[in-house]
Ligand binder design. Sequence first.
Ligand code: ADP
Length: 435
Amino acid sequence: MIWLRTAFLAIAWAILSLIVHASVGAPWGYIVMIGALTVILLWRAVRMQRVAQWARQPESTPPLSVGRWDDILAPLYRYTRTQARDIEAGREAMKSMLAAAQALPDGAVTLNAELQIDWANRMAQEHLGVRLPADRGHNILNLVRSPEFSAYAHQAEWPEPILVRVTRGHHDHLLMMQLTAYARDHRLLVTRDVTQIEKLETTRRDFVANVSHELRTPLTVLAGFLETLRDMPKEALSDEQREQYMALMTEQALRMQSIVADLLTLSTLESSPSAEPQRVRMSPLIEAARQQSEALSAGRHTFSWDIDPELDVLGAEPEISSAVANLLTNAVRYTPDGGAIAVRWTREGNGARYAVKDSGIGIASRHISRLTERFYRVDRGRSRAVGGTGLGLAITKHIAMRHDAELDIQSEVGKGSTFSLVFPAERLAETESPL
Ligand code: ADP
């Protein structure tokens, strides 16, 4: 105990002074007493100074051997150390929480009761254009200028999110926004960009509408003929007329069959994973497509072939065969009689190119980027007349993607087109060494 030690020291010095006083005489007793007191005071002043110095930076190590101060400084130092550690841990937790909030895929903005911005993460900057620290204290309604959002923000509660269309740069975005109250009088605004989801939903709706439309025409024709055949007395129709009706009905039924078959192919390509790539022998595969297209052309076109027999690819044979044949039959169908079709399967750089060049009707540049959309046709009537479904290039593009290949389209109206499949080096099969 500090007071006990101090009292003990004072008594010890008093006794020593009394002994000196009794044995040597009074002045020496006082001298010893005063001298001792001076030394003690000086010594204490030095220690006090070291303690005072430490107190200015209590997180540093406390001075050693400062006598009785040790008993005070040690617990104090332990306390400040624990405090400093707690503060550091709190700071780290705060930092990691802020980093997590920054990394959120959604936008987050904290607001006060007056809807003034307090803090926002990076995504909120992207979604709403909030810039910190410049926008701190600004009302969120100045950034999101939408009457619907303003009405929503002034509601007492926000059980549901709201969809708000905002313009960023030159693009429109659809944001899903949700306000939530937290702490006392604070609001958290969470934003999510749902533009892509909306686009997918529109594509899905358009697709269903397109399929219905495509099937409705042949079905209407078919139903019309069936009705005529049912309602007309047998003798009112000549055999020739009946034959004609039957032929037209068969044509429409086949048309529906091709559409359904192409739709099934597309859906299989979209939903099934790619099979383990196998070596696909291109030369016989192109030969089969050649026979098919020359039969379709029936001598109306001149063909030329430049096929590298050594060049094979790694992939799925039925898929590549379908893509190769599709580009060839399109060339035949969209090239008027007397036209020329040139087919090449050759090396190009480290990869290879399958190119079908025709001298056909050609395609205006504004259509080219849309040709691989489902049911997109430059001339609907013409496509129908040649038995097209509008799905061939969509299927071909899908197949190309599954083989890391590119579908390249070059065309000029009235001059002709070149449709190519460009395979990268990784998709080429090593030439088999002769035994
Ligand atoms: P379709 O069944 O209508 O041929 P595709 O998806 O195969 O459908 O082709 C889409 C459209 O691209 C066609 O309707 C046609 O307008 C155009 N097209 C395709 N190939 C050619 C070509 N070789 N020359 C000119 N136009 C073509």
